[in-house]
Structures are given as structure tokens and as C-alpha cells.
Design a protein around this ligand. Sequence first.
Ligand SMILES: O=C(O)COP(=O)(O)O
Ligand SMILES: [Mg+2]
Length: 223
Amino acid sequence: MATLPHGPRGLQAAIVDLDGTMIDTVGDFELALGGMLGELGLPGVSRGFVLETIGKGSENLIRRTLAEVGADAARFDVALAAYQRHYLAINGQRAAVYPGVVEGLARLRGHGLRLACLTNKPGAFAAPLLQAKGLADAFAFVFGGDAFPRKKPDPLPLLETCRALGTEPARTLMVGDSENDALAARAAGCPVWLVTYGYNHGRPVSTVDADGTVDRLDALPLD
Ligand SMILES: O=C(O)COP(=O)(O)O
Ligand SMILES: [Mg+2]
């Protein structure tokens, strides 16, 4: 069975993804996108489309949404600004912390690990959402998709987060819900475990190369 690094050369820290890993935010994405599309006089998109498309940051989501509804790509700037306004207005209203997350974060900290949240969500959405859901205090750092020049699946955000934490990538566990998180972790040299209940661009997480999967965040094999 797959294990995590233990003992004196064991884990020093964990980097935890947000959307699809700690918080089920698909309802927030749907609401904010719906507000934006309505304001622009464009048709709506399905929940399935939203589930497949979230995880690669706001710019990717808006670009793909405009394409999905057949809108002119030249409307991108106006659409992104409207989306950001709508998202900030409803942030957290249709979002719920997954079972086992509060317990899982406490357990990781109980094992002496420092925690950072690293998400492709803009920092201006991520920080107030974690605060509103009572998760912010668990983290030494919260880095959004705009914190670094490149987003996951590029390894840069993970390497920069390890640098901020003062930890070695090989001793810093990435916990996420998608291929994005796994590709970034592999390239950065971090061990990576995935939760099975998240989004993963609409595909089963079993298709992704990772060190292991768990059904709840408090089920990671730390002992
Ligand atoms: O694309 C997003 O905003 C979601 O990103 P996350 O899964 O990295 O938290
Ligand atoms: Mg995610």
C-alpha cells in the first residue's frame, strides 16, 4: 500500500488545494457565471460544463465560457470584470466545506506539519472564502492563482510555496483534487495525494498519476 514519508526524514509541511479539495464551490462558480452571462445578454452554461472547466483559474474559465456560448472573444475583458464583481458579491453563499476537512487539517497540524493553501482561485476570492468558512487560521500562507507568474499545473507555485514554508519539496505533501495539482507536484518533486470527491476537470481521479487517493482529508496515512 502507498505510504507517505515518515520518521526523521518525514513530512515537514502540506500544501492544500482549495476548490474541490477543501470546499465544494461549484454552486458559487455557477451563480457568478450566471450573473456575468445575464449581464452580458448571453445564454447560460450547464453545471457539467462548469465542473469540467473549473480548476485552471478565472481567465481560463471566462475564455472557455465565452467560447461555449458562442460569444466574441473580444468581450473577454468586460466579461472577466463582470465575473469578478459577481463572484465577490456571492463568494461562499453556495459553497460548503467537505466532510473530514476540518478534522484533516487539525490532524496534519497535530503531526507538526505547517500548512499552506495553494489555489488557482484569485487570492481576493480565496482569502475571504477560507475566513468565512472558518478554515483560514489553519494556514501559515494562502496563495492564490495570481500570487506567482504561473499557475498549477506549472511547478513554480509549489516551489515558491515550499520556499515560503522553508521546506524541501520532497518533504512537502501536496493534497489536491485534480490532474493540475498532481502534474505540478510531480514536476516540483513533491509527494501528491488526491481526494476522490473533487472536480478533476470532469474525469475520474483514478486516471491521474498520484501517490495515492483518499475519500476524506482526515484519512491520509500519516501514522
Ligand atoms: O480554477 C479555480 O479557480 C480553482 O482552483 P483550485 O482547484 O486550484 O482551488
Ligand atoms: Mg482543485
